[in-house]
Design a protein around this ligand. Structure first.
Ligand code: CO
Length: 134
């Protein structure tokens, strides 16, 4: 069902500082910050040869990463995103196998303009999984 790792997302307390550290210390290029109010985050992407790293900062009052940062004030790995060919087929087979999809179960348009869904971290050993249709 799963294709490539599309990205690994890290929640960070300060996006500008994190982006600058990736640039200056790790020597990678980082995209300009993008505010995604419908997802409650601001984001930059670090583009690597084989995948991307997404740095996330909370945006707005009820950001879905606020609780994560309250528990992990220095930041930490927030989710891993796998590519799928058909997100509705992937969802239906996961749900049939007893998996739980977060929210209303309908794909939303994610940071790359593609449909995404999130799977319950308790079903996957404590790691939040994002599926993105490519
Ligand atoms: Co993501």
């Amino acid at each position: 069902m799963l294709g490539r790792v599309n990205h690994i997302a890290l929640a960070v307390p300060n996006l500008a500082e994190a982006a600058e550290k990736y640039r200056s210390v790790l020597g990678v290029s980082v995209t300009a910050p993008d505010a995604l109010p419908e997802h409650g985050v601001s984001v930059v992407f670090v583009t690597l040869e084989n995948t991307k790293v997404e740095l996330l900062e909370p945006l707005g009052e009820d950001s879905p990463i606020a609780a994560f940062l309250a528990k992990n004030p220095a930041g930490g790995m927030h989710h891993i995103c796998y590519e799928v060919d058909d997100i509705l087929a992937a969802r239906d087979s996961l749900v049939a196998a007893g998996g739980r999809v977060l929210g209303d179960g309908q794909p939303k348009i994610g940071a790359h303009g593609k449909p995404v869904l999130f799977l319950h971290p308790k079903d996957f050993f404590g790691t939040l999984i994002e599926l993105e249709q490519v």
